[in-house]
Design a protein around this ligand. Structure first.
Ligand code: UDP
Ligand code: LCN
Length: 797
């Protein structure tokens, strides 16, 4: 049986007292999980007592603490004994008395300590979405988090069961709302109630039994229309029969699998708007530019996969309708040449009917903003932008879209405004929530606001995540974290920005709106090095020059020993990506320098070419590291951007030389380069903070490294290469593990299938619960008007 906290302290009176005093004596107001543990280990070492979890219940208590706030004689603790379960308490250190606290009390104390004064203002605005969602069903088990749709299916089918028994009309009305350009779909007004629906399905089945399997709507539609049916049931008689049978089964005994199957067949999604305002959104020459990376790759791949899936589904239901997808981004008149970011409309290559629509940001006086604006500074423009987008979208699509997908904080906020105005289902994709990337970004928001404007961003996040009908995440840990770390969404559950507002219930990660749908890597571009027939051999000479060439205006370093394998890394040159970190580890590790050459594709070698403050600082740091460690003969730094085809072949060329890929980020939300490198067959070393922790099975399909322990990371990589020298099969073993892992878990086909099913189920859910959402919608509107708008308007003033 697990001990209560009182029992733990009771059994360890002396140690507890001394430990807590030890913590207080550090004279730090806050201790993070790792700090609490490291100081515990230190404390035990000094006292020569064991510190392990097995033999010591105090150790287990410390291990479960996510954070401590200290101010003698108090120690406030946020305990997270299990994934996604948190409680708050305080301990009077002298008395060893424990008291459980509300989240609000805990945050108030935290504020007062952060501000260095007694007593926080108890009248600070508290954001609490909880009461508005009280009636909505919630998951109970943390392992179910991210599988919202399964839960919702069960819930919806049992609700349907009860309501159909009472002659409910909900399903019937839902079937009746589907139309395409004035053409009624599914059923018409000859069917008036559920009993009639049942009867007419039976009649239709009898009728279809007499028809040849391959007959289409053109031949038999007229008769079906007389029975109350309209197009949308199937491309031929066999499929129509099947769809009718599924509906009849559903009416007989609603069951989750049948409900999902039926809803997945309803023709509901003909056009999609995908919002991605920031960065340079384009199809060429943009990747690697500031704020321009994985999100662009993700969306373009997503568009290809979704268009294929939408077309397939419409065709199967007998509708020869060409689906439309519009990626809406920002038009930047001053964009670099060759990016096309200054053009209003652009067809997406490889699709039939998907386009990029670029709408400019405007100043209050209506003037177009010509220059690129960092993702941290675009908040004042979004309200006007969303009105402009609504107008232009309607004009381009000939009506409203059937689904709106937001991307990142800015896109999600615009999506929530659009979805609200147009009455459309909203899906959010965060890609990366900044809050967990920057330590104390909430608590010390004032210190960072001039540079990052997190107050606006976190406010926008709260609004958009609560407004969304469903949220797609790439991994489980993005929602609920791991046993050691908070999830990105979980971190929005409770936090405080002193003197602004306090969040006591920001988002509930047990809400069934969360679904894990992981992206893939474009299989046309990223495939194993061993797939020799598909290799782009025409690029090999260029790649050879890139790797082994001499330094020039876009590169630094020349590899003196070309026979060594290559350790490759590629990313935007952001601080968080920690590319300078890996160069520093390499510089400091004799073993690694002996074993491999390092090839870096990132940023510019000339800082003057960049408009981005952070990037310029990283460029300077890289040069400094080259000089300090004398790296010019062992590291090749390419300050270029590889286009997709080139990057695919580049990974494979590194694999040809039995090299590896390293992704050293301080935090990586997902990490597309990780799956790209893996599917190319590269053993990959990736950060243990964020998505890669879930993507890679360490020791089987790659390795985790801790970016905060650089020399340990360098040793892990050096160990691998040394082992490969002793065991010629080892490299191939990890390489095969990497390829298999990506094939099994990360594909766009599965993504598109899931996404299309989810949009139907959540569309249905929105339809049946529409009225119940008004309260939260109103609350969010008020929060937008009273908090977000003034914060955003103050930027740049
Ligand atoms: N990328 C590229 N060429 C470059 C730099 C990056 O093609 O010069 C691509 C890379 O292949 C990957 C994406 O940009 O598809 C980066 O995505 P990731 O998720 O790794 O990181 P993000 O930039 O989104 O944080
Ligand atoms: C943004 C990030 O930071 C990456 O970790 C993701 O892989 C990318 O978006 C795509 O979702």
């Amino acid at each position: 049986m697990t001990e209560t906290l009182e029992q733990v302290l009771g059994h360890n009176k002396e140690s507890s007292y001394l430990l807590f005093r030890y913590y207080l004596a550090l004279d730090k107001p806050f201790l993070l999980r790792s700090e609490l543990w490291d100081h515990w280990v230190e404390f035990c070492a000094e006292r020569q007592q064991p510190c392990d979890l097995e033999s010591n219940s105090l150790a287990r208590l410390i291990h479960n603490a996510q954070e401590a706030v200290l101010c003698a004689p108090w120690l406030y603790l946020q305990l997270r004994p299990f994934v996604a379960r948190t409680k708050y308490l305080r301990i009077h250190v002298d008395e060893l008395q424990v008291e459980e606290l509300s989240v609000s009390q805990y945050l108030q104390f935290k504020e007062s300590v952060a501000k260095g004064q007694d007593g926080a203002n108890q009248w600070t605005l508290e954001f609490d979405i909880g009461p508005f969602n009280r009636e909505f069903p919630k998951l109970r088990e943390s392992r179910s988090i991210g599988r919202g749709v399964e839960f919702l299916n069960r819930r919806l089918s049992s609700q349907l069961f009860q309501e159909l028994g009472r002659g409910d009309q909900g399903l019937l009305q839902f079937l009746r709302v589907h139309q395409y350009e004035g053409q009624q779909l599914m059923i018409n007004n000859r069917i008036n109630d559920v009993a009639e629906l049942r009867k007419n399905i039976r009649n239709a089945e009898d009728y279809l039994d007499e028809q040849p399997d391959h007959a289409t709507w053109d031949a038999i539609g007229h008769d079906l229309q007389n029975m109350g049916f309209e197009p949308g049931w199937g491309r031929d008689v066999a499929r129509m029969r099947e769809t009718l049978r599924i509906l009849l089964d559903l009416l007989e005994a609603p069951e989750p699998g049948t409900l999902e199957q039926f809803l997945s067949r309803i023709p509901m999604i003909f056009s999609i708007a995908i919002l991605s305002p920031h960065g340079y959104f384009g199809q060429s020459n943009v990747l690697g530019l500031p704020d321009t990376g994985g999100q662009v790759v993700y969306i373009l791949d997503q568009v290809h996969a979704l268009e294929k899936e939408m077309r397939k589904r419409l065709h199967e239901q007998g509708l020869e309708i060409e689906p439309q997808i519009m990626v809406v981004t920002r038009l930047i008149p001053d964009a670099p040449q060759g990016t096309r970011c200054d053009q209003r409309l652009e067809a997406i290559v490889g699709t039939k009917n998907a386009r990029i629509l670029r709408v400019p940001f405007r100043h209050e006086n209506g003037e177009v903003v010509p220059q690129w604006i960092s993702r941290f500074e675009l908040w004042p423009y979004l309200e006007r932008y969303s009105d402009d987008v609504a107008r232009e979208l309607r004009a381009e699509l000939g009506g409203r879209p059937d689904l709106i997908v937001g991307n990142y904080s800015d896109g999600n906020l615009v999506a929530s405004m659009l979805a609200h105005n147009l009455g459309v289902t909203q899906c959010n994709i965060a890609h990366a929530l900044e809050k967990t990337k920057y330590l104390y970004s909430d608590l010390y928001w004032k210190e960072n606001d001039a540079q990052y404007h997190f107050s606006s961003q976190f406010t926008a996040d709260l609004i958009a995540m609560n407004a969304a009908d469903f949220i797609i995440t790439s991994t489980y840990q993005e929602i609920a974290g791991t046993s050691e770390s908070l999830g990105q969404y979980e971190s929005y559950g409770a936090f405080t920005m002193p003197d602004l507002y306090r969040v006591v219930n920001g988002i509930d990660i047990y809400d069934p709106k969360f679904n894990i749908v992981s992206p893939g890597a474009d299989s046309e571009i990223y495939f194993p090095y061993s797939d020799t027939e598909r290799r782009l051999t025409g690029l090999h000479e260029e790649i050879e020059t890139m790797i082994y060439g001499r330094p020039d205006e876009n590169s630094r370093g020349q590899l003196a020993d070309p026979d060594k394998p290559i350790l490759f890394t590629m990313a935007r040159l952001d601080r968080i990506k920690n590319i300078t970190g890996v160069v520093e580890w390499y510089g400091g590790s004799e073993r690694l320098r002996r074993a491999v050459n390092l090839v870096v594709v990132a940023g510019y070698t000339d800082a003057d070419k960049s408009d981005d403050e952070e990037e310029r600082a990283q460029v300077a740091r890289m040069h400094q590291l080259f000089d300090e460690h004398g790296l010019d003969g062992q590291v090749r730094w390419l300050g270029v951007r590889l286009d997709k085809k080139m990057s695919g072949e580049f990974y494979r060329c590194v694999a040809d030389r039995q090299g590896a890929f390293v992704q050293p980020a301080l935090f990586e939300a997902f990490g597309l380069t990780v799956i790209e490198a893996m599917i190319s067959g590269l053993p990959t070393f990736a950060t243990c903070y964020g998505g890669p922790l879930e993507i890679i099975k360490s020791g089987i399909s790659g390795f985790h490294i801790d970016p905060n322990h650089g020399s340990r990371a360098a040793d892990i990589i050096a160990d691998f290469f040394e082992k490969c020298r002793q065991d010629s099969d080892y490299w191939r073993q990890i390489s095969t593990g990497a390829v298999e892992r990506v094939r099994a878990k990360y594909t766009w086909e599965r993504y598109a299938e899931r996404m299309m099913t989810l949009s139907r189920i959540y569309g249905f859910w929105k339809y049946v619960t529409n009225l119940e959402r008004d309260e939260s919608r109103r609350y969010l509107e008020m929060f937008y008007g009273l908090q977000f708008r003034p914060l955003a308007q103050a930027i740049g003033r």
